[in-house]
Ligand binder design. Structure first.
Ligand code: RET
Length: 247
């Protein structure tokens, strides 16, 4: 019964979550394995990147198993039968993943640009504000959720400013190879991160697309933001000694 039932993933969404889990697992072993081909002093970016895909693999294991969610009263929708229902399945486990992995992604980028530690720490603090406001907004059932969404977007705005302006200039000053690695990975991050609040708006926020579509939307973003980003970052670091970045 569409009017009273819950809005949740089907086996399609679950299968897709398992597929993403498999990619994250393979990527973790690849990044950790590649680290072993380097001297110990040159493994920092491999380890950070492997930690990111490892955490994601466990989050996707959870969602593939149809766990790590809570039902939240959903914004009523008339037009799309796939989002008819009283409660929508909200995967809070995503935010546990993000609160760990987004600071690590920012460390990958900001340490590549050799930004000073106080800047790295402050950007990570703002990033935590962004993720936690997103979590609280997702769990709020009424329109106050959009207030949290606005705070989260303000935080993202600041992070994007540091990436496209301050850190980009800093990376270029560190040399051509550092500048190029940062340009590739920083641009990818900027474009992808702006798409996350759009996904949130049509999933946890507005209940516009189904949980199966949510799985595909966030899943594609996560594949680019974690394994693809990680591969490009490690590739960009070939020939750059972390000691040159002060690490
Ligand atoms: C939320 C909602 C609140 C407003 C904003 C958001 C941004 C989230 C981002 C998430 C990035 C996640 C990544 C995961 C791992 O790969 C929390 C959705 C701005 C940018 C990169």
């Amino acid at each position: 019964n569409g009017a009273t039932s819950d809005i949740h993933i089907t086996t399609h969404g679950s299968d897709w979550y398992w597929a993403v889990c498999a990619v994250m697992t393979v990527a973790t072993f690849a990044f950790a394995g590649l680290a072993q081909t380097k001297p110990r002093q040159q493994r920092i970016f491999h380890y950070i990147t492997a930690a990111i895909t490892m955490v994601a693999a466990i989050a996707y294991f959870t969602m593939g198993s149809n766990l790590g969610f809570t039902p939240i009263a959903a914004n009523p929708q008339r037009n799309n039968p796939k989002v008819h229902g009283v409660y929508r399945q909200i995967f809070y486990v995503r935010y546990i993943d993000w609160v760990i992995t987004t600071p690590l992604l920012l460390m990958d980028l900001l340490l590549t640009a050799a930004m000073p530690w106080p800047t790295v720490l402050f950007v990570i603090l703002v990033d935590e504000v962004m993720i936690i406001t997103g979590l609280v907004g997702a769990l709020v059932y009424n329109n106050y959720k959009w207030g949290y969404f606005a705070f989260g977007n303000a935080a993202l705005f600041y992070i994007v400013y540091v990436l496209v302006w301050e850190a980009r200039k800093h990376a270029n000053a560190m040399g051509k190879d550092v500048g190029k690695a940062f340009l590739i990975c920083g641009s990818l991050t900027t474009v992808l991160w702006i798409l996350y609040p759009i996904a949130w708006g049509v999933c946890e926020g507005g209940n516009v697309i189904s949980p199966d579509s949510e799985a595909v939307f966030y899943g594609i973003l996560d594949l680019f933001a974690k394994p693809v980003f990680g591969a490009l970052l490690i590739w960009g670091h070939r020939g750059i000694d972390p000691a040159r970045l002060g690490l």
